[in-house]
Ligand binder design. Structure first.
Ligand code: MN3
Length: 208
């Protein structure tokens, strides 16, 4: 029995067309994410991480091997990413999340350019994140490979991610080739802000 399992997508592979194409979604989920899950199961076997849950592995990831760091990150990051996407018409965020976005970045448009610049500025593979710092404020950061703000290796920008966008070429190359900026623009058309708001509420409720 494998400890970690590939989660099912909450929508069909073609649900995010034309922004994210179905072939990319299928390969990304069935092959890339599956590989992180399989490699993580192999990496934890017989180690101290075998009985530790995913969040605890990530927050103390410096104690574990590079294989555990890369694949635990890969499994967590993709599981979050799928939950944040939707083919439904997008409704902009409201309430406390928007107040915090305005306080941290000035406006929703400024947040969007911040994420885009973080994604474009990440050399090679990685992720761009909106995350909640331990004092409750919002931050934007890019991380290489499958790292994320939960990891204790993340020295200056630790916290809990509430929005993430994958900027590995496997996330966009079939449709957008080298045009990472176009992919990052398309991301806003499939981002489900209600999922981000839900994640934000969960995080701030654990801070108090
Ligand atoms: Mn990916």
């Amino acid at each position: 029995m494998n400890k970690f399992q590939l989660p099912e997508l909450p929508y069909a592979y073609e649900a995010l067309e034309p922004y994210f194409d179905q072939e990319t979604m299928r390969i990304h989920h069935q092959r890339h994410h599956q590989a992180y899950v399989d490699n993580l199961n192999r990496a934890v076997e017989g180690t101290a991480a075998a009985d530790i849950d995913l969040l605890d592995i990530l927050t103390k990831v410096s104690q574990y091997s590079p294989a555990i760091r890369n694949n635990a990150g890969g499994h967590y990051n993709h599981s979050l990413f799928w939950q944040l996407l939707s083919g439904k018409p997008q409704v902009e965020p409201k309430g406390k999340l928007v107040d915090e976005i305005n306080a941290a970045f000035g406006s929703l448009d400024e947040l969007k350019s911040g994420i885009k610049n973080a994604g474009l500025g990440q050399f090679g593979s990685g992720w761009a994140w909106l995350y909640v710092k331990h004092n409750g404020a919002l931050g934007i950061v890019a991380t290489p490979n499958q790292d994320n703000p939960l990891m204790d290796t993340q020295l200056t920008s630790r916290g809990v991610p509430i929005l993430g966008v994958d900027v590995w070429e496997h996330a966009y190359y079939l449709k957008y080739q080298n045009r990472r900026a176009d992919y990052l623009e398309a991301f806003w058309s499939v981002l489900d802000w209600s999922a981000v708001e839900k994640k934000y509420e969960e995080v701030i409720n654990t801070l108090v």
